[in-house]
Structures are given as C-alpha cells and as structure tokens.
Design a protein around this ligand. Structure first.
Ligand SMILES: Nc1ncnc2c1ncn2[C@@H]1O[C@H](COP(=O)(O)OP(=O)(O)OP(=O)(O)O)[C@@H](O)[C@H]1O
Length: 344
C-alpha cells in the first residue's frame, strides 16, 4: 500500500457527473452525481462490483461512451481543458496524447492481423507524426520501457505469438507512446494469470514513477487496489459511497458497503481466522434505482431514512469521506466488523 507523499496538485477534476443510457426498457441511470479529483502522479483506484458505473464514468472522460449514452450533468476538466465541451476532433487529440487507456483484454485492443511493429508504428505516426527510422527507434524504446526482452525481434511478431502478459505490455507500450498525463487502466489484469497480474501491476507502478503520469485504475478486485493505489473511490449503484487513501479504506472503512466488500474477499493483510462473508442480495437495478441510499436493500443496518434520502458525504479529514446515515451524529452506534476501527 502506498502513501500520498509523492503526489501533488489536481490534474483532473470531475464534478457531479451524471450519465444515462437510453435502452428499449427505459432510462438506465448508470452514473449519478459522481465527483472526484485525480492528482498529478498518483494512482487512483475506482472500485466496485460489476455494474456500479465505474467504467462508464471513466470512459466518459475520453469521449468513449456508446451512442445511446448521454451525459446528463456535470463537468470534467483536465488542467484547463473542459473535456465535455470538446468537439470530437479535439477529443481525439486528447485521447491520443493526454489521456490513454488500457483495457482488460489485450486481444481486443490489438489487431491480430498486424505485426506488433506495425501497430505501434501506426500509433506513432498518427499521434506523434513520427516518420521513417524514428518510428522504429521509438517502437523499440517503448518495448524496452515495458520490459519486453528482444524488442527488435518482437516487432516482427503477430499478437498470437506473444503470451497474454506480453500482449498486455504491448498495449501499455502503445498507450504510452505519446507520454500521456493520464493512463486509464480498466481491469488491466483481470484476463491474466495471477503471477502475471502482479508483474503487470508492478510495471504500471514503475511507469507511473518514471514518467510522472497519473493512473486511474478501474477494478472490482481489492487485491489489485491494495497493491497499486494511493487513493480509492468506492462506487455503488452509480454513486460514490466512500473515498480515502488506500490506508483509510483498508484499515478504517466507515460504511457498510465498504465493510461488505472488504469482508467478502481474502486479502493479503486479512487475518485468516476471520470468516469471509459474501454480501447478500444483488446490486440495484439501474433502470429503477432505489430511492435513498442505493445500498439500503442489502444493508444490514438500514434505517427508515436510508430508504428515503441519499446521505451527504461526511468528511473525516483531508482525504477520507463516506456517504452513510450511520455517520450522522444522531444515528445509533453500529459496530463495524471486528477487523476495523469503528465509526467515530
Ligand atoms: N450500452 C449500454 N446500454 C445500456 N446500459 C448500459 C450500457 N453500458 C453499460 N450500461 C449500464 O451502465 C451501468 C454501469 O456499467 P459499467 O460498465 O460502468 O459498470 P462497471 O462498474 O464498470 O461494471 P463492469 O466491471 O461489469 O464493467 C450498468 O448497470 C450497465 O447495465
């Protein structure tokens, strides 16, 4: 787990983001009033179960929403650039240069019919305007940067000739071509074997440090968060329910959904004598999100007010905050699972 000591300044600011999909069954409210900051040089993890809205929220920043999606509220600024005000052509320039993205399955990002060198070369020509020998030289340099041995030979190979881990390294190399300020990694290790997962996360951490970029790590896997994040945003039902440093979230979580997440999976730091308890019930239906706190139908501590009104985000310090009625001064005191400090 990392501290926040080597991070500084806000690079990306998202405020009150709302995203709705128009579907045949009605309006899907995928993201509802989400606000967060990404600082320079940090890794911010966005964590939550499948369907919580994390991918959609982050993809909107790159103009990568499907056609049936609408941004219904909010702003997103990268430095001085208002991302939602950009024309498609300007957004493409941002996407190629200032924000890059790595997806879960490298095979969907790579073209199986093109050699690795051609694919990296195409990105270097389009996004950086490189020509001639400079293309090959930079391609080799990029493969070295992602620790691919024998880069010259690899350039002549097709994706299927590489292992899954090597392919993901190539995708990361392509993403790094323009030295982006922000790298968005959406479940970057989910498709990989466990040992390879750790290597890819270590690589991302190396690159963050050496290139000084910021990373948004989207994941449902708290093991990935524990290994790679400075700060964490926990999403549930399209909303942010808790934010904090990785230390806050793992050692002092303050709301029942975060407790549920942490006590439902084994983590390296978890006391193995404590029983793992899955969260019962299922995530809210985004077509008809429940009134009040989205977690109330599954929350063992839900009170009447939780069914009616979304709680405010209560702050506990510069970094840590959570949205839960149990944090109200008049709420009954609820003891957290034994491994955590408790509501204060
Ligand atoms: N093309 C689409 N049309 C309609 N609804 C969609 C579409 N894409 C996503 N959604 C809805 O938006 C919500 C959020 O999806 P999103 O992919 O952001 O979740 P997630 O937390 O990233 O989960 P996952 O890990 O499964 O991708 C989901 O409820 C999903 O049903």
């Amino acid at each position: 787990m990392k501290g926040t000591e080597d991070t500084e300044g806000t690079l990306l600011r998202v405020r009150d983001l709302g995203i709705t999909f128009d579907s045949y069954a009605g309006e899907v409210q995928a993201v509802r009033g989400v606000s967060f900051d990404l600082r320079r040089g940090e890794t911010l993890a966005v964590v939550g179960e499948s369907g919580s809205g994390k991918s959609v929220a982050v993809k909107s920043l790159m103009g990568l929403l499907p056609r049936n999606a609408r941004i219904t509220s909010g702003t997103a600024t990268l430095g001085d650039t208002d991302l939602f005000a950009l024309a498609e052509k300007e957004m493409r320039r941002i996407r190629g240069n200032r924000i890059a993205m790595v997806f879960q399955d490298p095979m969907t990002s790579l073209d199986p019919t093109m050699k690795i060198g051609e694919q990296i070369g195409e990105s270097l020509r389009t996004n950086l305007g490189l020509r001639g020998a400079a293309v090959r030289q930079r391609a080799v340099e990029l493969l070295r940067q992602v620790h691919i041995p024998h880069p010259e030979a690899r350039l002549k190979q097709y994706p299927h000739q590489l292992s899954g881990g090597m392919r993901q390294r190539v995708v990361i190399a392509i993403a790094l071509a323009a030295e982006p300020e922000v790298l968005i990694a959406d479940e970057p290790t989910t498709a990989l074997d466990v040992t390879i997962q750790a290597q890819v996360l270590d690589l991302l951490e190396d690159l963050r440090r050496s290139l000084g970029m910021s990373i948004i790590l989207i994941t449902h896997d708290l093991g990935v968060v524990a290994r790679g994040a400075h700060r964490v945003v926990v999403m549930y039902g399209g909303k942010i329910v808790e934010t904090g440093t990785a230390r806050d979230i793992f050692h002092d979580p303050r709301m029942p959904y975060t407790w549920g997440l942490l006590t439902s999976i084994p983590l390296p730091a978890t006391d193995s004598s404590l029983e793992l308890t899955p969260i019962s019930g299922s995530p809210p239906d985004p077509l008809h999100p429940p009134a009040g706190c989205p977690y109330h139908p599954r929350c063992p501590h839900a009170m009447k007010v939780c069914l009616e009104e979304m709680p405010e985000h209560t702050r506990f310090g510069a970094e840590h905050g959570a949205a839960c009625w149990l944090l109200h001064p008049l709420a009954p005191r609820v003891e957290p699972p034994p491994q955590f400090g408790g509501l204060r």
